[in-house]
Design a protein around this ligand. Structure first.
Ligand code: SF4
Length: 364
């Protein structure tokens, strides 16, 4: 059982971050924010996948203006990501951003930061202080050297310095991220930061890579931190369709037994006994269960002899080979069908499970 580190609670729209709130899974669009239609299409796909907070890049005034129609058409809180230009931060909040991500130290001085803080107070918008290895101030790099797993101090001090710029202006609705593209530096820097502050932490490994490398790097770093109770929200950064970030995010939480969303798919690795095209079958089932919300364990196994027993923990599963297909529940035979009908029969069973689950959820 993981014991969560206690952090202050903030709210972004209707989503709580820190305190007793669930660990929130978020993503960032990769569309041009000014292209409202394309951005909405991506956010809606992310919402369907379970994304709970969405961040968009605001790189000019037109993008800030686009936040209004975007916010009006989505159901999850909208976060604006701003670099350097305080006017974009203010315009984003005026146009509906429910949180902003800035680096307070690079907005051009205390006066400009004061305008951002005033707008944040007026619109009740929390601020994520986001520092990364590339944004560390020169004096801190000189003092501590470039952040490394053994000595991530420059990142920590940069984050705390930027936080104090907000505190100096009486602003405390803060969450913090310190990103590095190095897995071990990410782990050591968040560990150290969590001992020095009780603001909620946004976890992430920056520039993590494509689907496989990025998933592994992020899962190692974030998995270790989350297992130690560190982290209140996170993004799995992948050079990929952001919907994959959400899938990986929820699988990570599931693997740590922190949160569950939708079915868990288990499938055998195949072996010399496999007499069915299991890869294709598993792919079809995986595609189907991605649209489900029922928290069931689904197994796809390569042989009828060992498959049901090996996946006894699954609520429902299939196995097949040599012309025969079986559907089993908790390891016991439920239905026998012709192999060519196996997939369709199984998807129908999953459809029934999902509709019963939805009906039950609506009654609650
Ligand atoms: S379920 Fe059957 S095919 Fe799959 S690994 Fe086990 S023995 Fe091999």
């Amino acid at each position: 059982m993981i014991s969560r580190r206690q952090t202050r609670a903030i709210r972004i729209g209707d989503v709580g971050i820190g305190g007793a709130s669930l660990i929130a899974v978020q993503s960032m669009t990769n569309t041009d924010t000014k292209d409202v239609e394309a951005t909405l299409e991506q956010i809606h796909a992310l919402e369907r996948a379970g994304c709970e907070l969405i961040r968009v890049a605001v790189i000019d005034h037109e993008a800030a203006l686009a936040l209004r129609p975007i916010r009006d058409s989505i159901s999850i809180p909208l976060i604006a990501d701003i670099h350097f230009d305080h006017r974009l931060a203010v315009a984003s909040m005026e146009n509906g951003a429910q949180a902003i991500r800035i680096n307070p130290g690079n907005l051009g001085g205390a006066e400009k930061l004061a305008r951002v803080v005033a707008a944040a107070k007026q619109h009740h918008v929390p601020i994520r202080v986001g520092v990364n290895s590339g944004s560390i101030e020169k004096d801190l790099l000189k003092k501590h050297g470039y952040p490394s797993p053994e000595k991530p101090d420059a990142l920590i001090e940069s984050a705390l310095r930027n936080v104090s710029l907000l505190e100096d202006q009486g602003f405390y609705e803060i969450k913090i991220s310190i990103k590095s593209s190095d897995t071990l530096t990410t782990i050591s820097s968040y560990r150290q930061l969590s001992r020095r502050t009780d603001y909620p932490l946004h976890l992430g490994v920056t520039e993590a890579g494509g689907l496989i490398a990025g998933t592994v790097k992020s899962s190692v770093a974030l998995g270790i931190l989350l297992s130690e109770g560190i982290g209140d929200t996170f993004r799995i950064s992948l050079t990929r369709d952001p919907v994959e970030e959400i899938r990986v995010g929820f699988e990570l939480l599931r693997a740590l037994k922190i949160r569950e969303r939708g079915p868990e798919l288990i499938s055998c690795p195949t072996c010399g006994r496999t007499r069915i095209n299991l890869f294709a079958l598993a792919e079809e089932v995986e595609r189907y269960v991605q649209g489900m919300t029922a928290p069931v364990k689904v197994a796809v196994m390569g042989c009828v002899v060992n498959g049901p027993g090996e996946s006894r923990q699954a609520d429902i599963g299939i196995a097949g080979g040599n012309g025969v297909g079986i559907i089993f529940k908790k390891g016991e035979l439920y239905k026998k069908v012709a192999e060519e009908e196996l997939l369709q029969c199984f998807l129908e069973e999953l459809r029934i499970i999902e509709s019963e689950w939805r009906e039950k959820s609506n009654r609650r």
